[in-house]
Every structure is written in C-alpha cells, then in structure tokens.
Design a protein around this ligand. Structure first.
Ligand SMILES: *Cc1c(COP(=O)(O)O)cnc(C)c1O
Length: 400
C-alpha cells in the first residue's frame, strides 16, 4: 500500500462535507491536483505567462521553452518516437474528434467500436459515418462486461478502416486486451485509436510497443487540470493526414489565395493553446512517476478488491464488470435507485457517481438506467473503503 500521507499532497481532500471529512471516490470523472501541480500552474502565471512561439521578448521565449519542455516530458512518458507525435488538445473528447475529422471514409467502409465506449468515443464516429456514408459496427460484451473476442474477429474485415476502442471502461473497470485486439485489426489494414482516458492514471503506456496509431487522454484524469489533453499519433501518419482546425500557429504561410501548413505538431494546434495546462500536465506526470505507476496500480488494486469484498456483503447488491476490474467499481442494489443512494451517501461525505457514466448504450445493454460507481486514485486509503462500505450499508438499509 502507498503511504496515507500522500493525501496531504492534495489540498482539496481537506474539505469537509456536512461536517464530515470528504471521501472522494469519483476519480473516473475527475482527479484532484496535488500541490506540485498547483504550484506549476501558479509559477506559470506568476513568472512565465506570455503567448508562445512568435514572441521575441524574454517571457515569450521562457513560456515557449516551458511549453515545449512539457511536450518532451509527456512524449518521454509515453515512450513516443518523437515529441512531434504529441499534440496538445483540450481533452480526450477533443482528441477523438480531431482524428474523426481528418480521416476520409467512403460508403461501404466500416468503423468499429465497442459496447463499452464512452459517448465521446461513439458520437464523433457516428458523425463521421453520417458524413461519409461509412457504417458503424459495435463489438458486443458478455454479462460480465467483457468484450466478445469471437464476435470481434468476425466483425473485422478489409472494410474495417478504424478500430476505436477504450483501454479501460470508465463504467465497469473492464480492461480490454488492447494489444492483442490492435494486432488483429492491423492484419486487416485498419487504423487503431485507443481511448486511454482511464488507462493513463493506472497503467504504463508504451506507444512504441503497441500496434496502434492514435492514443487520446485527458489531463484531468491524471491529477492535472481540466481543459488540457493529448492526442498521440504516429508521425508518418500525421504527416500525411490533413489538418483539422484552421487558424494561427498551424500555418507556414498565408495568402488570400493559398495557405501552406506548419510541420508537426503545430499543424494540429491552431490558436493559442492551454499553455499552463500543458505545463501542469507534465508536472502531474512527474508527480505520478515520482511515486511509480506500478505502486499506484497495486495500491488501487488492493483497494478495489477490498471495496468489492465489503460491498458484496450487502443483501441484494450486484457488482458489474469482471473481477479483475481496474479503477472503477459499479454496483446496483435491488430496490434502491442509484440516484437516491448517491444522494444519501453524499450526506455522509462520500462522493461517488451515479447514472449512466456517459455510457448510455452500455446501460441499455444491461437493461438499466445507471449504476452507482466508486472509482479510485492513488490518494484513496483503506479508511476511505471503510467509509464507503459503511455509508452504502446504512443507505441501503434506509432505502430498501
Ligand atoms: C472521461 C472519459 C472520456 C472523456 O474525457 P473528457 O475529458 O471529458 O474529454 C472519454 N473516455 C473515457 C473512457 C473517459 O473516462
């Protein structure tokens, strides 16, 4: 287990709710920022704030250096072949929309996603399908919330142009065998995008060892602020694909007749980026690495197993997802509405998420409108799990 003193790095965790200490278990929706990250943001605005790349003055150069250094930190963390493969976006949703808007598909082409996807890895592909005449195919899952690999292989064909797959389900914590699935998709010549929004805080990602083309994630799921995210893309591919948004920074030369585009990564970064956000994201990655992703993973694994065991004792409870779930634990209690449960345990200081978790098609697959979801981060403790279990037990008794 990680030391409980790590909680002290996160000022917001000292908040109280109804006079009770905050027990924050909504980390799959957003994580908190440690002092190390808050300091990086503050230092940026106090000492560096300036627009990047075009300035000749001191601050502009210093801000540009910090911004590009942040890109290098993120690139190293992902083991990218070059920092130019790391594109700053506003988040996972923005990154996926970028890819869905630079691919050209034809009627008859197929886009393959899975039942486990977040709306942000469904809707951009539906929009692309509508624009292009391509069709959207969906890999089904079984009762445990695990993807059906036989059905997946049957869905793959030379019509498959892109496989867009979540690495870890934000709703059920299912970890998909993405390396194996990507390798299968490669065989039919498909491109592969991974939604790594949930993978980034829990798993080490090595883009060079994965047969994938794009990876999307958000800063706020890995202890950085909202409004910053990453699209990693394979350089040879990004060099040949067209730009998406037009504007400043993404150009080399503009005349009213014709514009030539900038090199990577700037070609995909139109307009003033979230400079502070990028620097804060790099600080968050440094923070996570100072603790160690393997240590974080096994700490969270222990907590999630303890939570599953404690909650299992409650009569009428059903736990969604496979036993080896990572990050998120979703459950339902017979005769208890998830919203009522969430509201009641909030009064006891326990923050969880209730509802469809931006996965309405997945909820429909299970014939439910939503679940209650506890999700875990490096700062959660065994005491948090006790508080969760006690609160849910009490609430279930009051509600059923
Ligand atoms: C949070 C999340 C997203 C969306 O991220 P944004 O930061 O809202 O863009 C997409 N996919 C998964 C799996 C997520 O957990």
């Amino acid at each position: 287990m990680l030391p409980t003193s790590l909680k002290d790095d996160f000022p917001i965790l000292r908040e109280t709710v109804n006079g009770k200490p905050l027990v924050y278990l909504d980390n799959a929706a957003t994580t908190h920022n440690p002092t190390q990250v808050l300091e990086a943001s503050r230092k940026y605005y106090e000492h560096l704030n300036s627009n990047i790349h075009r300035g000749t003055h001191h601050l502009a150069r210093a801000a540009t250096d910090a911004h590009e250094k942040a890109r290098e930190t993120i690139s190293r963390h992902l083991n990218a072949a070059a920092p130019e493969e790391v594109i700053f976006t506003s988040g996972t949703t923005d990154s996926i929309n970028l890819v869905a808007n630079i691919l050209t598909l034809q009627p008859g082409d197929e886009i393959l996603i899975s039942t486990l996807e977040h709306h942000s890895n469904i809707v951009p592909w539906q929009m692309l399908a509508e624009r292009s005449g391509a069709s959207l195919k969906v890999i089904p899952c079984n009762e445990e919330g695990v993807l059906d690999q036989g059905a997946f292989r049957n869905l793959l064909s030379d019509k498959t142009k892109i496989l867009a797959l979540t690495w870890i389900s934000n709703a059920f914590g299912t970890v998909n065998p993405v390396a194996e699935m990507a390798a299968e998709a490669r065989k039919v010549g498909s491109l592969i995008l991974l939604d790594a929004a949930q993978a980034i805080p829990h798993l080490q990602i090595d883009v060079q060892s994965l047969p994938v083309d794009f990876i999307a994630f958000s800063g706020h799921k890995i202890y950085a602020p909202t409004g910053i995210g990453i699209l990693w893309g394979r350089k040879e591919l990004l060099e040949t694909l067209p730009p998406w948004r037009g504007g400043g920074e993404m150009i080399k030369e503009v005349t009213f007749e014709h514009t030539t585009y900038n090199d990577l990564p700037f070609k995909y970064e139109a307009g003033t980026p979230n400079i502070e956000g990028g620097i804060a994201l790099a600080a968050a990655i440094d923070y996570v690495n100072s603790i160690g992703l393997e240590e974080i993973y096994s700490h969270e694994k222990t907590l999630i197993q303890q939570a599953a065991a404690a909650l299992s004792e409650i009569p009428g409870i059903y736990l969604f997802g496979p036993e080896d779930r990572v990050g998120a634990l979703s459950f339902a209690i017979e005769g208890v509405h998830h919203y009522d449960l969430g509201t009641l345990i909030d009064q006891m200081g326990v923050a969880v998420r209730t509802g469809h978790h931006c996965c309405q098609p997945l909820m429909a697959r299970f014939g439910i409108t939503g679940t209650t979801r506890a999700s875990f981060a490096l700062y959660n403790t065994e005491q948090d799990i006790d508080s969760l279990a006690t609160a849910v037990k009490k609430a279930a008794m009051m509600l059923s």
